[in-house]
Design a protein around this ligand. Structure first.
Ligand SMILES: Cc1cc2nc3c(=O)[nH]c(=O)nc-3n(C[C@H](O)[C@H](O)[C@H](O)COP(=O)(O)OP(=O)(O)OC[C@H]3O[C@@H](n4cnc5c(N)ncnc54)[C@H](O)[C@@H]3O)c2cc1C
Length: 330
């Protein structure tokens, strides 16, 4: 297959060598389609439609693979052609620049979402929602995933983030992950190799694509499992601004503190910047009150960080992942 190199400006507009302006784009689309099929490559999709913050500019190419072979083919294609690749699960922990993203965004949602229970184990493809996987655990009297039933992300995103809440996190139940490396080869990760820590994992830095996770759960009674899920979800509804677009907790919990309390102590409850605001209900959440840009959210994050550091002496670290270029935005 002929290859032509494009010249990208990292994270910025779709600038490249003018010779390739038309043919390069047409060829890349055709080559992506040869991997995932013609209906599965979209151009210029606004990522605001794909993220829980409901902000973010266009993706140059957005692909939705339906098999592991296709997904692995995309990662290998992007590496061979030095195309930037961003992998999205359900977009619930992302802040995507208003300028959009050059290269390829690969979305793994309902298109790669098969799940099955075998004895005490659940095997789930990366795009499966945590809510569905938790519901399957409940249906099979399996305990250990109650914490995850209200987290709105995918299994892949939860592995990468080592997502957790209340009394649990993915690390407690994750036994094995099937991934594709940047060459598109399948690799199995055991618990040690995943390097799971507080909202962190090896997958945040190793450019692998999580394809499938195997979770090990314990026996439980359906009544007790369901009661615990209901309790956790009620506590979420009581405390969190679930009626407004957000990416959940904006910041990681700093050792010995709660981000929300530090932010509140600085008088930042309800602080607004454009359409972005520190939630009135829970200061640890930045929310889109309507019409926010990614630039608004980003600038508010920076303002909160600066004020908390100045007044409380604690540097807040974002839990939300930034995609694209935020220099001089807004
Ligand atoms: C209302 C609300 C409440 C939330 N509550 C919680 C909570 O209680 N606990 C918690 O931990 N989080 C919470 N979150 C944040 C978020 O849901 C989790 O971080 C979740 O695990 C992200 O999953 P996702 O599929 O949406 O990932 P995305 O946001 O799509 O991606 C997150 C990161 O994972 C990477 N990624 C995703 N899928 C793959 C894959 N298959 N292979 C390789 N990389 C991949 C992305 O590149 C990105 O770096 C909340 C969010 C919201 C909006």
């Amino acid at each position: 297959m002929p290859r032509r190199r494009c010249h990208w400006r990292a994270g910025g507009l779709f600038l490249r060598d003018p010779d390739y302006l038309f043919w390069g784009e047409t060829m890349i689309k055709a080559e992506l389609e040869s991997i995932v099929g013609s209906g599965a490559v979209l151009e210029g999709q606004l990522l605001a439609r794909y993220t829980s913050f409901q902000v973010g500019g266009p993706a140059e190419f957005l692909v939705r693979p339906e098999t592991f072979t296709q997904a692995a083919g995309i990662i290998a294609y992007c590496r061979e052609n030095r195309l930037p690749l961003h992998v999205m699960g359900r977009g619930t922990n992302l802040l995507v620049s208003d300028r959009g993203l050059s290269g390829v965004v690969m979305v793994l949602g309902d298109n790669l979402a098969a799940i099955r229970a075998t004895g005490p184990r659940i095997v789930a493809q990366a795009g499966a929602s945590l809510a569905r996987v938790s519901a399957l655990a409940l249906a099979n009297n399996l305990s250990g995933l109650e914490f995850a039933s209200g987290i709105p992300g995918s299994v892949g995103g939860a592995v990468v983030m080592n997502a957790g809440a209340f009394d649990g996190e993915m690390q407690d139940v994750l036994r094995q992950v099937l991934a594709a490396n940047p060459r598109g080869e399948l690799v199995v990760f055991g618990p040690q190799e995943m390097e799971l820590g507080y909202r962190s994992s090896a997958f945040q830095n190793n450019d692998h694509l999580v394809l499938e996770a195997e979770l090990e759960l314990g026996p439980g009674s359906a009544g007790a499992i369901e009661a615990k899920m209901n309790d956790f979800n009620r506590r979420r509804r009581d405390k969190q601004p679930l009626d407004l677009p957000s990416a959940g907790s904006t910041f990681k919990r700093p050792p010995g503190h709660y981000a929300g309390q530090l932010i509140e102590s600085c008088g930042l409850r309800g602080a607004k910047l454009g359409g972005a605001a520190v939630s009135e209900k829970h200061c640890g959440f930045i929310v889109n009150t309507g019409g926010a840009t990614a630039g608004d959210v980003h600038a508010l994050i920076r303002r909160v960080q600066a004020q908390v550091e100045k007044e409380q002496g604690v540097r807040l670290v974002p839990e939300v992942r930034f995609w694209g270029d935020f220099e001089n935005e807004s």
